[in-house]
Design a protein around this ligand. Sequence first.
Ligand code: SF4
Length: 348
Amino acid sequence: MTINLNEDSAEALLIWFRVHGVSYPWAGSSDSLDVWGIWVSEVMLQQTTVAAVEPRYRSWMKRFPSPEALAAADEEEVLREWEGLGYYNRARNLAVAVAEIRTAYGGRIPEEPAELRRLPGVGEYIAAAVASFAFGKRRAAIDANGRRIAQRLSAREIWDKELETVFRSAVEELMPLENPGEMNAALMQLGQLVCTPRSPRCGDCPLALCCLARLEGRQESIPPRRRQEVIQKKTRLAILYDGGRILMRKRMKGIGKGLWVFPAESEIEGLEKWWEPAGELSEQIHAYTRYREVLQPRIFRRNDERGTAPVIGLPDTNFFPLEKLQELPMPTAYRRISGQVPDILNYL
Ligand code: SF4
């Protein structure tokens, strides 16, 4: 199997990038790039769109401008700052990695991809991206955009080890000696702006002449689309309000580990007995992995006439003053719900 990338097409790609490439806050000329910023942005961009990353990146870098600043923060602060990006393991891994950098590398971010890969959460892609963008190493960083482009250039429906090896060596051979990361950035942006998953704009593509899928008229069907079943569910949430404080539950496992949420009505022992409904908040959609969960929140007030304090019967919970909710890390949909709580309490 071959890929028709040659010096002319590589040159055309770089020229296209210099004219049409978008400048992101984490990009710049190679000598002004900040290693920490590059690493953070690449971790954020895995599984999250550029549009969602941009504002969160600025805020994160303001709060944690260096690995040392992150290493000094506690986990709740780190997760709070990651809010809106999802897949919170990435933030936890970053925090563990900066601690390792301090102990194993004297606080210096390693340059070699093999060393970078030993850090938690750093796979082949992030190692290559950091090594090429920040340290000028000729390493191809192949993300989902690069894989799609490679499949179309070779008209291959599947991405496998053989295609990866051929594409990787073609890209690395054609990377410029000076600022090789520019080739990685150009491929990523070509995938974001031109060779898009649907309706690729082949007429504007600098690689059109060497693209087999386009020559065969198969660019729309490569790679084949996978249909993923979405699992719908509904959850009624109980927002228990007691003397100015709200009950929250901390998730102790799963993808939302460490985040605080409102408990489900079904989780509260004796809900009807000890608490009385006091109002409904608007539904919110909580989408994660294959799930689309409709959250239906209701506020409940302590039923004072019942006397004795109710037993919640749920571990890892705590009543927090309303103003403290701002500081707790929460999934985005729960954050939206918490934003509605003060309004409705004004009417109680
Ligand atoms: S010619 Fe079309 S399908 Fe081929 S790489 Fe360019 S945009 Fe993608």
